[in-house]
Ligand binder design. Structure first.
Ligand code: FES
Length: 498
């Protein structure tokens, strides 16, 4: 019989009993520890401090730590297995999950519905009373696939190169079943008429069990983006007659989360042009009105999520989330009011705006202080490379917007609203997005909309799904890189406005 040991997690004070040899990543992902590089030992995002005891530690693990500039008592959770009782300090214990409680218009229907948003990192599901639109219950969790990588590219790599597709499908369906099961218990014996699911294209394919190989190499196009229908029985749910639909995607890297965003913003009925921007690893952009809709993904790079930034991290405890200048001094706000451990995307945008104002960065993005580091606190700083990463990310979004607006034949002044979706968009300073040239629209036109994927999915519970067909008919997915002026536009948008 296998030996068992205890892991104690600080500062949570949790004690977990596990079998000898259990990989730490199987345990820690559900406590908010992330595995951004998918366990390759390259990013250090999964680092944990060993306070007492030890985990498995071999030469390759030591090597990986050294390359990351880490030493005792740090260990990489992705390289560690349980070999005895151990106490670990984890800093990444709070994952922010954005649900939705916005009011919306609906035509009452009989019964219940469930809206499910499957994100790369987080999952949210809401049980809705279709008679009065009330949110009766909410379930949130982290995506169990996250142990195989923090972004969609690592999931594709794991699915295609390491034959992990079936495992990723199993993990997400199992979690979907558990969360839905909890909501079903609150329906008072009346199963929901319908469960609608939205997610990016990789989540769609993994949930539906489709092959991700076409998305692993050029031209990154998938032919299996349609709505995917299941019976409750097929997903092992105790809910006869409930129809489960994973909504169709708009393109290889523009998923049904963005389709739902179009519904949430009312873009498809608006006479004046409207813009939707989802700022994340894959910044997705949509420009459209009731006549036609254009969408694109920008490969904005992971800077907004804190990855590829020397001291970058996600918006969790210890992250600098905003930076201001007061009497010539840099001031920071840290999530959880703790000592700053790093900086997240919203803090990065602010920091760049502040350093531009101080003259420590010029409009070309060059650090002018003669120092390698721009300090925000005694421990947290930005490097020249970080500034470049931010320039690449903001230029990708700004260039994408410029190209889609040119293609639509509209000028900025004609745009009625710019909606920003996603958790990251909730925290950014609109003034600073203008200052760094990310979104060049008057502040009064910009609306932070939160989780548009969940809101739009919820709104679709009240509609005939022919609404979706009509949106798909008027929507075109553009490849930005195929625009002959893309390189020039991209270079121009790298500049910070003076
Ligand atoms: S070092 Fe990247 S996930 Fe462990």
């Amino acid at each position: 019989m296998k030996k068992h040991f205890h892991i104690r997690l600080e500062p949570l004070g949790k004690k977990i009993r596990v079998a000898e040899g259990t990989p730490l990543k199987d345990i820690l992902f559900s406590y908010g520890v992330e595995f951004p590089c998918g366990g390759k030992g390259l990013c250090g995002g999964c680092r944990v401090k060993v306070l007492e005891g030890e985990v498995s530690f071999d030469a390759a693990h030591r090597n990986a730590l050294e390359k990351l500039g880490l030493a005792d008592p740090w260990r990489l959770a992705c390289r560690s297995m349980i070999t005895g009782d151990v106490t670990l300090e984890i800093g990444q214990f709070e994952t922010f999950i954005l649900a939705d409680s916005s009011p919306f218009h609906f035509r009452p229907r009989e019964g219940y519905g469930i809206a499910f948003d499957i994100g790369t990192t987080t999952l949210v599901a809401q049980l809705i009373n279709l008679q009065d639109g009330e949110v009766m219950a909410v379930e949130t969790d982290v995506n169990p696939q996250a142990r195989y990588g923090g972004d969609v590219i690592s999931r594709i790599e794991y699915a295609v190169l390491q034959n992990g597709s079936a495992e990723l499908t199993r993990l997400i369906r199992e979690k979907f079943g558990m969360m839905t099961g909890k909501l079903l218990k609150k329906c008072g014996g009346t199963p929901p008429a319908r469960i609608l699911v939205a997610g990016n294209t990789v989540m769609h394919h993994l949930f539906c069990g489709y092959d991700l190989t076409p998305m692993a190499s050029y031209p990154f196009e998938t032919q299996q983006g349609g709505a995917c229908r299941f019976t409750a029985e097929e997903l092992g749910l105790p809910a006869d007659h409930t129809e489960i639909v994973f909504l169709p995607v708009l393109g290889s890297f523009v998923g049904s989360d963005i389709l739902a965003g179009i519904v949430a913003t009312g873009m498809a009925e608006s006479e004046a042009p409207v813009i939707l921007v989802d700022l994340g690893t894959n910044g997705e952009i949509v420009v459209g009105n009731r006549e036609r809709i254009l969408c694109a993904s920008t490969a904005a790079g992971p800077a907004f999520e804190g990855t590829n930034i020397h001291m970058g991290m996600r918006a969790t405890t210890g992250a600098i989330s905003s930076v201001t200048l007061g009497n010539g001094e840099v001031r920071t706000h840290v999530i959880g009011n703790e000592r700053a451990r790093g900086i997240c995307g919203s803090g990065l945008i602010d920091a760049i705006a502040v350093f531009l104002e101080k003259g420590d960065i010029d409009t070309g993005g060059r650090v002018t202080t003669g120092d390698e580091r721009l300090y925000l606190t005694p421990e947290v700083f930005l490097t020249q490379k970080d500034v470049r990463e931010l320039q690449l990310a903001k230029s990708a979004i700004a260039s994408g917007l410029q190209i889609l607006m040119e293609e639509m034949g509209i000028a900025a002044g004609e745009v009625k609203n710019v909606f920003i979706s996603g958790a990251f968009g909730t925290f950014i300073s609109l003034e600073n997005t203008r200052r760094i040239g990310l979104l060049r629209f008057p502040e009064e036109k910009i609306v932070k909309m939160g989780n548009t994927a969940l809101l739009g999915t919820k709104m679709l519970l009240f509609e005939d799904l022919s609404v979706v067909e009509r949106i798909l008919e008027k929507t075109r997915h553009l490849s930005l890189e195929s625009n002959p002026r893309f390189q020039d536009i991209f270079a121009e948008n790298m500049i910070f406005e003076g």
